[in-house]
Ligand binder design. Structure first.
Ligand code: PLP
Length: 293
């Protein structure tokens, strides 16, 4: 079984010409994108990364809906979600079913001067995230430099869209490593809690689970949504709130949530150790791993 699979969409958008097959498999090592592709030259595109476990992609509809939403924010042609779904399932089918894996969907505006978007789905087996899920992460707090109400005042900054312009998120992760941390939590310039560079933030106060409100220009997390569903089933209450950064110290426990690493408890914030809720982390990760499409 391959550990990497690539499928290129023949018609990734709804306006495209009818195609006999929605995708073709391609050589992962071969060049794929044109030098003029705006996804590469301007970061003009969107993506999604899905987790795969036991041969099943997780939270498929939530990811496809978020891709559609991000594409609309960038005014890309509307993606043909049934073509994306079919391509995704074909990639998952070729991945080893006995390992955790991930599939990245990439949708760009296409070559400059052309009128056809580009899309592909790349699947690969996932690294072992068990240490992050159990021992937890050291995180550092980083200023994102924008006020928490930025989407209302400057929507063209595309905060809250999952665009290909992730260079700043990657720079934030490098800064975290320079500070001997594994990951980061962004705060707004007016000290509200936001999200990680590639994850959502979850806080527990007693029997209440809280995540920062998506009204603050952050990505609505698919893992966070499923974590809330699980928590409500366990009798906890859940809410989206605007939180001051001091909530990081007040919370009983913290996690960073994302589709492939899943729920990683936070074990320290800027060098200050804090309790890890190992019991709930274990239950939550088991529930997240057991998800089906
Ligand atoms: N926030 C940001 C900025 C992200 O990039 C991601 C995922 O990559 C998330 C949150 C978590 O989203 P999800 O749980 O859907 O993977």
């Amino acid at each position: 079984m391959p550990t990497e699979v690539l499928a290129v969409l023949t018609a990734p958008d709804r306006d495209g010409p009818a195609a006999s097959a929605p995708y073709r498999f391609a050589d992962v090592a071969a060049p794929l994108v044109a030098a003029k592709d705006l996804g590469v030259t301007r970061g003009e595109g969107v993506f999604e990364t899905l987790g795969v476990n036991a041969g099943r992609a997780q939270a498929v509809e939530a990811h496809l809906a978020r891709m559609q939403r991000s594409a609309a924010m960038l005014e890309l042609p509307e993606p043909d979600l049934s073509a994306w779904r079919e391509t995704l399932f074909a990639v998952v089918e070729r991945l080893p079913a006995d390992r955790e894996a991930s599939v990245k969907l990439v949708y760009t505006r296409g070559a400059e001067g052309g009128d056809r978007p580009t899309g592909w789905a790349y699947g690969t087996t996932a690294p072992d995230h068990s240490a992050a899920r159990t021992r937890g992460l050291a995180v550092t707090v980083l200023d994102r430099g924008l006020p928490h109400d930025i989407t209302g005042t400057a929507p063209w900054l595309l905060q809250g869209a999952k665009t290909l312009s992730y260079a700043m998120n990657m720079a934030a992760l490098r800064e975290a490593r320079r500070r001997d941390a594994d990951d980061a939590v962004f705060v707004s310039s007016d000290d509200r809690l936001l999200e990680g560079p590639t994850s959502s933030l979850l806080l527990r106060f007693g029997d209440r689970l809280v995540t920062p409100s998506t009204s603050q220009g952050i990505l609505p997390g698919t893992t966070q949504a499923d974590a809330f569903r699980f928590a409500r089933g366990e009798g906890l209450t859940t809410s989206y709130e605007v939180l001051h950064r001091s909530a990081l110290e007040q919370a009983d426990a913290l996690w960073l949530l994302s589709s492939v690493r899943l729920a990683a408890p936070v074990r320290s914030v800027d060098g200050v150790e804090r309790g890890v809720d190992a019991a709930f982390s274990g239950l939550l990760n088991a529930a997240l791993l057991a998800r089906r499409e």
